[in-house]
Ligand binder design. Structure first.
Ligand code: T4K
Length: 426
């Protein structure tokens, strides 16, 4: 199936709520800016967040909500949930889509539906929900290192971790950059393992020309408010497997097959109608969201170019990406400040950059206590989680903000000695 192309970026974009979200810069009356950490005014009056939600067309959303209230159908497989599922399946070209109340429950459902027990191999360099969903079901997460360039599972390391207790592999398409799906599928086939992808970051992304949603036994999306495509809270499992889809559908709704019949152990993982209405509305603006993210990524690339030791994580231009994360690696052996020092400078200036995903799942509870030896096999994870910084992007951020954020970073490096002294004073 042909991959939907991203339409050209219309400028301005009247159908989106943009400008009101942009935090204003303080007026310095032409005076040179001083870093806030050194006593100056913050670069932004309001915090500039990573993960500020994209809103889409507010009027369309409100109309959908009115209709929902008129019909008094608020949850339980309502018309918007069905429409959202159909639109996602059509978009990806996959047979089944089941939307859920969030991405974490979608992961839990998929893991249980695929009968993942014993040990499952997954990266530690991911949002903790990937590991929690497994541990919640008493399945042991076996943390595997990632490739230092792609930040996704290293297939050779995966193969080394397979034991007689292993039942599955979970790949994470981190930042929307896809795993080496062919290598992982090959390993899963040879060892008769289940293969699930946490595609929470990768809606609308492609791998070798195929849209995410087609890989492994199933793939899971998150539509959390902070994702570029959001349904307030929400998630989805997509799969071509009829039997799995049927099982998950029952498990999502307590295992009910009729008013009074329960055939399965289930839970309540349903998406509400208001969330589905938001999801549909977001999906209608997906081209604009992606175009803006791509524009922002390019602007950061220009603004941060040539800073020694600072690398902006690139996206493969030959693939379809959603560009929702702007992530940079700060090499402390080259940069005059460490990632954590730079983070404190940025926060003082109201740029709320995030250390995704610090410190790595294996260094969080309960994993740190349960599996204290896990870090020994994770040198790339440990290095990356100490170096990575996610910067604000999305429809609430534009070129002017990006220029200013980059200005703070350049100035922080240029004034590193004074910055270090200020940080030491607390
Ligand atoms: N797998 C992966 C790989 C994931 O990244 C995630 C979620 C999951 C699984 C699980 O999917 P869900 O169950 O969440 O659907 C945020 C999100 O809560 C989480 O969804 C996301 N990944 C993760 C990467 O980021 P936090 O703890 O960083 O969120 P929080 O509350 O600090 O929000 C981030 C920033 O966004 C804040 O500084 C403020 C801003 N914000 C946030 C919300 C909710 C707003 O401006 N408006 C808002 O409504 O985890």
């Amino acid at each position: 199936m042909a991959i939907p192309q991203i339409k050209e970026f219309p400028d301005p974009m009247p159908e989106l709520d943009l400008v009101e979200a942009i935090p204003a810069e303080p007026d310095l009356g032409g005076a040179p800016r001083q870093l806030a950490i050194l006593g100056g005014l913050p670069a932004f009056r309001e915090p500039l967040h990573v993960g500020r939600p994209n809103i889409g067309n507010r009027a369309d959303l409100q109309q959908r909500i009115d209709q929902m209230l008129d019909t008094r159908w608020l949850s339980n497989d309502g018309p918007y949930v069905r429409e959202f599922e159909k639109r996602i399946s059509d978009y990806i070209g996959v047979k089944h889509c089941l939307v859920t109340c969030n991405g974490t429950t979608a992961l839990m459902l998929a893991m249980r539906g695929l009968d993942l027990q014993g040990e499952v191999i997954l990266p530690s360099f991911t949002f903790v929900a990937t590991a929690h969903a497994l541990q919640w079901q008493q399945t042991k997460p076996v943390f595997c290192d990632v490739d230092p360039e792609t930040h996704t599972l290293n297939p050779e390391s995966v193969e080394r971790l397979i034991s007689p207790r292993t039942t599955g592999i979970i790949g994470v398409h981190l930042w929307g950059r896809t795993c080496d799906t062919a290598a992982l599928e090959d390993i899963a086939r040879r060892h008769k393992l289940r293969l699930l992808f946490d595609a929470s970051h990768a809606f609308g992304c492609s791998h070798k020309g195929t849209l995410v949603g087609h890989f492994g036994d199933a793939e899971v999306f998150s539509f959390h408010a902070t994702k570029f495509l959001n349904s307030f809270e929400g998630g989805a499992v997509v799969t071509d497997n009829d039997e799995l889809a049927q099982k998950l559908r029952l498990m999502r709704n307590f295992g009910f097959t009729g008013y009074d019949t329960v055939q399965y152990l289930g839970m309540n993982a349903k998406m509400t109608e208001v969330c589905a209405a938001m999801g549909i509305t977001s999906l209608e603006s997906i081209d604009s969201f992606i175009a803006m993210n791509r524009r922002n990524h390019a602007a950061y690339a220009t603004q941060l170019a040539g800073i020694p030791g600072l690398t902006l994580i690139p996206y493969d231009p030959s693939e379809r990406g959603n560009y929702q994360y702007v992530v940079m690696e700060v090499d402390p052996t080259v940069c005059p400040l460490t990632r954590d020092e730079l983070l404190r400078v940025l926060h003082a200036d109201n740029v709320l950059a995030r250390r995704y995903f610090f410190p790595g799942c294996h260094r969080m509870e309960p994993y740190r206590t349960l599996y204290p030896e896990a870090g020994a096999n994770l040198p790339n994870t440990e290095r990356l989680s100490d170096r990575i910084l996610a910067l604000p992007t999305g429809t609430a951020v534009g070129p002017r903000e990006i220029e200013r954020v980059a200005g703070v970073i350049r100035q922080a490096f240029a004034e590193a000695t004074e910055v270090r002294q200020a940080l030491a004073r607390g």
